[in-house]
Ligand binder design. Structure first.
Ligand SMILES: Cc1cc2nc3c(=O)[nH]c(=O)nc-3n(C[C@H](O)[C@H](O)[C@H](O)COP(=O)(O)O)c2cc1C
Length: 175
């Protein structure tokens, strides 16, 4: 079984998360016949030949990056490969409901586009604290740390996917 973890990342956060997800899947894969590759979407010519896709993008301007959407529509949609998506957003958990709803709407459209079986939104990281005017617009508290990543949540999600894959390989009849 071949798994592709593909991501796009502007400031390195989604890349680090993708690599961690890849490590967890690889650790499980070592017990079975699961081969895991982690790569930026730019380096993925085609998704053919993979049995499962785990795809990640950050949110910028309340949407996934346009290149991610393009990747989904040109390379993933219609492939019928089981797909899970992870989205990285700084504001989703702690920003105003208005922004949260905008992000949710975009993420839902992305899930439909890709035909993904699951989508998860994880808290991300900013290069530094948000200035006061931005906190006012986004509704975030002053003491919010720039790095909001919850590694326990990310790892639990990856473990859940890994557990499901190990089960499915265990029940796949050997021909
Ligand atoms: C230019 C820019 C725009 C952003 N816009 C949003 C946004 O609209 N909503 C949000 O929740 N987070 C936003 N963020 C925060 C990113 O989602 C967060 O920093 C994420 O961890 C970045 O991932 P990356 O390092 O993989 O690019 C923005 C960050 C940058 C740099």
């Amino acid at each position: 079984m071949k798994i592709l973890v593909a991501y796009i990342s502007k400031t390195g956060t989604t890349e680090e998360i993708a690599k961690r997800i890849g490590e967890i899947l690889s650790a499980k894969g070592a017990e079975t016949n699961i081969d895991v590759e982690v790569a930026p979407i730019d380096a993925v010519g085609s998704v053919q030949g993979y049995d499962r896709l785990i795809l990640g993008s950050p949110i910028n301007g309340m949407k996934v990056l346009p290149q991610f959407k393009e990747f989904l529509s040109t390379k993933v949609a219609g492939s019928n490969i089981p797909t899970d998506i992870f989205i990285i957003s700084y504001l989703f958990e702690r920003g105003r409901n208005f922004w949260k709803n905008a992000i949710r709407k975009n993420v839902e459209s992305i899930r439909t586009l890709a035909g993904a079986s699951s989508v998860e939104i994880f808290a991300g990281r900013l290069p530094g604290p948000l200035p006061a005017f931005a906190r006012l617009i986004f509704g975030t508290p002053k003491d919010l740390p720039p790095d909001m990543r919850d590694w326990g949540k990310i790892e639990a999600w990856a473990e859940g996917i890994a557990g499901g894959m190990v089960e499915s390989t265990a029940t796949t009849p050997v021909s």
